[in-house]
Structures are given as structure tokens and as C-alpha cells.
Design a protein around this ligand. Structure first.
Ligand code: DGL
Length: 273
């Protein structure tokens, strides 16, 4: 199959979290167009079963393929943990997730070899970050902690609220006691809580946002496959956003965090795919 190098990259998440990855792609690969899908009708993914997340991911990928994307970024740790390996072989375009890039940065950064991972119940339950980290360095100890209330707090826009600080203090206390020096933000929603997490963990713990490394990895992959775009100047909507519910709310949120004025957000019926 001949893939069009000027086609957009598909990026998806359960909601707004994947925008943290889209933002890094916009900054680091400015010639690339993006079709983003946020599954706002079915968020959160983190408390659902593997079978359900695989089914959702397949539907979204079918939708993105209908948009003629040339590559797919699974901008969701839960879907990366549950569905990526299962789905990779079904596709004839490149696909990458967010877990391996994050683990790579953490392995480079840690000095005392004690790494914390926060994520959804689903992601932390798989132990997938630990698998990658231990493959990179056998001496690393990984301490995982699920923070299920973080995603609804982010979707609600409570990024700096006293309630969020209280919740973060309770979740993160355990990690503070374990003397980690590096903490992977293992859910794409969590970088939006970075200042709260920083406040609770203090300045000595390095916070790893896998989004930046994922964007660089995408660039490497596209280059390898000869799929880097020649430019997006002529496009009316170089970044297009689709959701499964509440398009206006999503648009307002996206506009508050992206270095781009989001005009096109459309609701689609994902169950059709
Ligand atoms: N942002 C997603 C992740 O990285 C999913 C959060 C959720 O929907 O529970 O895991």
C-alpha cells in the first residue's frame, strides 16, 4: 500500500488527555497535520476492562483510517497498555504508543534507580512501565500508584483547585515515602496537573511527561518510513478534532491549552465504526 506522506497523523485518547501529546507534535513537528479523536462519551478508560479498551481502540482506528491518516499515535497510556500490541499487527500504517518513550526517559533520568509511575487503575495494573524499565535497566525499582480521581478532575478543568491538591497529596504520599527521584506521569491527562504534582512532590523529584519524547519518536518513525510531511501551509484546517460527545466543551478546553486556535471540532457517532 502506498501511504501519502502529506496525509495527517491520527492521535487519540479517551478525552482531553491526548491533547498534551498533540501539543508536543504541533511544537516539534510543525509540518505535520493532525486528526485528533477524544472519546468523550466513554471516558474514563482507566477503570474499564482490556476487552472493552481493545474494542474502543479498534473503532477509533477504523474512524481514523477513514480520515486517511498515515500513522497513528495512541495518546493514551491505558489504550497503549491494553490494546497496542494486539492492534499493531492488524495495521499497514505505523502506530506508536506513549509508554515506551516515557520509560526510556525515566531510565535515563533516574540516579537512585527508584522510579514512580502514576496512571489509571488499568495501566498500573498491567505493570507495563515496570516491564519496559526493567528491560532497560535491571536495577531499577518501580513503584506504581493508580490515581483514578485525577482524570475526572482534569476533565472538569480543576487543574489548580484546592480539592485537586488534597487528592494529589493523598495519592502521592506513598510515593514520597518510597524515596523515588523520578516520577512518570503515566496517563496523558496528568501533565495538565503538573504544577499540583510538582507542589506535592517537591523540586527534587524529576517529573517525566512522555508526550515530548513521543513526539520525537513519531518524527523518527516518520523519517524512517519516508513519511515526513512536506508542509501544511495550504490546509484550511491542519488540525481537526473529533469527539464522541460534548464538542463545544472539548473545544473550549482544547483552546485553553493548545498553541493553536481550534475552530473545527465535530461530534461523531463512534459506535458506528
Ligand atoms: N488519558 C488516558 C491515559 O493516558 C486515559 C485516562 C482515562 O480515560 O481513564 O491513560
Amino acid at each position: 500500500m502506498k501511504i501519502d506522506r502529506n496525509a495527517p497523523v491520527g492521535v487519540f485518547d479517551s478525552g482531553v488527555g491526548g491533547l498534551t501529546v498533540a501539543r508536543e507534535i504541533m511544537r516539534n513537528l510543525p509540518s505535520e497535520k493532525i486528526v485528533y479523536f477524544g472519546d468523550t462519551a466513554r471516558v474514563p478508560y482507566g477503570s474499564k476492562s482490556k476487552e472493552t479498551i481493545i474494542r474502543y481502540s479498534r473503532q477509533i482506528i477504523r474512524f481514523l483510517q477513514g480520515q486517511q491518516v498515515k500513522a497513528i499515535v495512541v495518546a493514551c497510556n491505558t489504550a497503549s497498555a491494553f490494546a497496542l500490541e494486539e492492534i499493531r499487527n492488524e495495521l499497514d500504517i505505523p502506530i506508536l504508543g506513549v509508554i515506551e518513550p516515557g520509560a526510556r526517559v525515566a531510565a535515563q533520568e533516574t540516579k537512585n534507580k527508584r522510579v514512580g509511575v502514576i496512571g489509571t487503575v488499568g495501566t498500573v495494573g498491567t505493570g507495563i512501565h515496570e516491564d519496559y524499565l526493567r528491560r532497560l535497566d535491571q536495577e531499577i525499582t518501580v513503584i506504581g500508584k493508580a490515581c483514578p480521581l485525577f482524570v475526572p478532575l482534569v476533565e472538569e478543568g480543576w487543574l489548580h483547585d484546592p480539592v485537586t491538591i488534597e487528592v494529589a497529596s493523598r495519592y502521592l504520599r506513598e510515593l514520597q515515602e518510597k524515596e523515588i527521584d523520578t516520577l512518570i506521569l503515566g496517563c496523558t491527562h496528568y501533565p495538565l496537573l503538573r504544577s499540583v504534582i510538582r507542589q506535592v512532590m517537591g523540586d527534587d523529584v524529576r517529573l517525566v511527561n512522555p508526550a515530548y519524547e513521543t513526539a520525537l519518536e513519531l518524527g523518527r518513525l516518520l523519517k524512517e518510513e519516508n513519511l515526513l510531511s512536506a508542509g501544511k501551509e495550504q490546509e484550511e484546517f491542519p488540525y481537526r478534532f473529533y469527539v464522541s460527545d460534548l464538542a463545544e466543551k472539548f473545544k473550549d478546553f482544547a483552546n485553553s491549552i493548545l498553541p493553536y486556535d481550534v475552530e473545527m471540532t465535530q461530534k461523531i457517532d463512534i459506535e458506528r465504526f
